[in-house]
Design a protein around this ligand. Structure first.
Ligand SMILES: Cc1ncc(COP(=O)(O)O)c(C=O)c1O
Length: 393
C-alpha cells in the first residue's frame, strides 16, 4: 500500500465535510453557483477589518530590517508581550510573554500542546459534538480519543465526563463558542468540571490539563460573554487564533496561552517551543505576528453574523425545526427531521442546500449549518429548508 493504514483510515473517517465539498462543486457546475446554497464550510465570507489593511500597508511602507528571517521559535517577544497584555486586561491574571507561544493557527497550537503532553496510549477526552480534527490531532500523537456526549442543550455533562476518568487521562479539550453548535458553555458547567478535575488530580497524583480551544471567543451574540477557564482551573491552556475574529484563516496565525500558575510551567513552555520545530512549523508566520500584535483589540463585524443567526433561527423554528439557539460562532446544529441526519442532508442536497450531517461531529440525528455566508445564500436556502421538512412530516 502506498499510504499508511493509519492515514488510509483517517481518510475514510474524514470524508463527510470533504464529501459535501465535492458534491458542492458538482452541483455548482450543474446549476450555477448562485443556485446552490452552500452552508457546509466554516470559511467566513467577510474580509478582515480595515485596521488589518492599514497595518499591512504601514509595514510594507516601513519594512523592519530582518523582518523575514527566522526568529525565536515561540515568536517575537513584542507580539507575545502584546498578547500577554491583552489577556491580562481581559482576565486580570498576571500574564507574561513566557506563557505565550505564537502558533500556526489554533490547529497548530493544538498539535504543539498535545504533542508536548501526550504519552503514547494515554487518553484525551473530547466533548461531542466536536470539531472533527481533534480526533486526528490526538491519534496523530499516539493518544486515544475518549468521546463524551454533552447534554440535550449541548452543555457539559460533568457526571458523564467523571464516569470515564482514569489515571491515564492527560487532558480534556473543550471548545466554546462551539463548532458545530454555536453554544457557549456556561460558567456553572466549567466550575463543576474544574472542581471534578481538581479532585481527580489529587486522587491520581498527576496533572490533568484542561485545553480550551477558543477561536470563536469574540464572536458572540446578545452581549454574551464567554467565561474564562483561567478563572476556574490552574492547569489550563487557552488555544486560539485570528482565523475567525480577524478573518485571517488563510494566514495561519494563533497562539497558546498557559495559565500563569500551570505546572510545570517552564517545561511546558520549553516542550512547546521544541515541538514547533519538531513538527516542522518552526514558528508562526513572521509578517502576521507583526500585524496581529497591533490588532489585539480589533474584531470582525459580529453584527453581520448576528443578523443571519436571527434570520435563520426565526425562520427554521417557525417551519418546525428544533434548534438550540446559538450564542456564538457562526454555526447552528438543528435536529434532523425524521432523525436520520445522513438521509436528511441528502434530502437537502436535492434542494441544492449543502450542510454537514451530525455524525461527522460525533453526534448523530442533527446537522450543521454554517451561516458565515452572503445574505443571499441564507435567504435563498429558506424555501428548500421548508420543502424538506414538509416532505418528511
Ligand atoms: C473549533 C475549532 N478549533 C480549531 C479550528 C482551527 O482553526 P485555525 O484556522 O486557527 O487552525 C477551527 C477551525 O474551523 C475550529 O472550528
Amino acid at each position: 500500500m502506498a499510504i499508511s493504514r493509519r492515514v488510509a483510515g483517517y481518510l475514510t473517517r474524514a470524508s463527510w465535510i470533504r464529501a459535501m465539498f465535492e458534491s458542492g462543486i458538482k452541483l455548482k457546475e450543474q446549476y450555477g453557483e448562485e443556485n446552490v446554497y452552500d452552508l457546509s464550510l466554516g470559511n467566513p465570507h467577510l474580509e478582515p477589518p480595515p485596521q488589518f489593511q492599514e497595518a499591512l500597508l504601514e509595514l510594507a511602507r516601513n519594512p523592519i530590517p530582518g523582518m523575514h528571517r527566522y526568529m525565536v521559535n515561540a515568536g517575537y517577544p513584542e507580539t507575545r508581550e502584546a498578547v500577554a497584555r491583552h489577556l491580562e486586561r481581559e482576565t486580570t491574571l498576571p500574564f507574561t510573554r513566557r506563557q505565550i507561544v505564537m502558533t500556526v493557527g489554533a490547529g497548530g497550537g493544538l498539535n504543539v500542546f498535545i504533542k508536548t503532553v501526550m504519552e503514547a496510549g494515554a487518553r484525551i477526552i473530547i466533548l461531542a459534538p466536536y470539531f472533527p480534527e481533534y480526533e486526528f490531532y490526538i491519534s496523530g500523537h499516539h493518544g486515544i480519543v475518549e468521546v463524551v456526549q454533552t447534554d440535550d442543550a449541548f452543555q457539559i455533562d460533568v457526571a458523564a465526563v467523571e464516569r470515564v476518568m482514569g489515571p491515564d487521562v492527560e487532558a480534556v479539550i473543550i471548545n466554546s463558542p462551539n463548532n458545530p453548535t454555536g453554544v457557549v458553555y456556561n460558567g456553572e458547567g466549567l466550575r463543576d468540571l474544574a472542581a471534578m478535575l481538581r479532585s481527580k488530580e489529587v486522587e491520581y497524583g498527576n496533572q490533568i490539563y484542561l485545553i480550551s480551544d477558543e477561536p470563536y471567543r469574540r464572536i458572540t451574540y446578545d452581549g454574551v460573554k464567554v467565561p474564562w477557564i483561567f478563572h476556574h482551573y490552574r492547569n489550563s491552556v487557552v488555544i486560539t487564533s485570528h482565523s475567525k475574529d480577524l478573518n485571517l484563516a488563510g494566514e495561519r496565525i494563533g497562539y497558546v496561552a498557559l495559565h500563569p500558575g500551570i505546572q510545570p510551567i517552564k517545561e511546558l513552555f520549553r516542550g512547546m517551543v521544541f515541538n514547533q520545530r519538531a513538527l516542522g512549523m518552526v514558528s508562526a508566520p513572521a509578517l502576521m505576528q507583526r500585524l496581529v500584535a497591533k490588532l489585539q483589540d480589533v474584531t470582525v463585524d459580529v453584527a453581520d453574523y448576528q443578523r443571519k443567526r436571527d434570520l435563520l433561527y426565526e425562520a427554521l423554528t417557525k417551519m418546525g425545526y428544533e434548534v438550540v439557539r446559538p450564542q456564538g460562532a457562526f454555526y447552528m446544529f438543528p435536529k434532523a427531521p425524521g432523525g436520520d441526519d445522513v438521509e436528511f442532508v441528502r434530502m437537502l442536497k436535492d434542494e441544492r442546500i449543502l450542510c454537514v450531517p451530525g455524525v461527522g461531529f460525533g453526534r448523530e440525528g442533527h446537522f450543521r449549518i454554517s451561516f458565515a455566508v452572503e445574505d443571499a445564500v441564507v435567504e435563498g436556502a429558506l424555501v428548500g429548508f421548508e420543502r424538506a421538512i414538509r416532505e418528511i412530516q
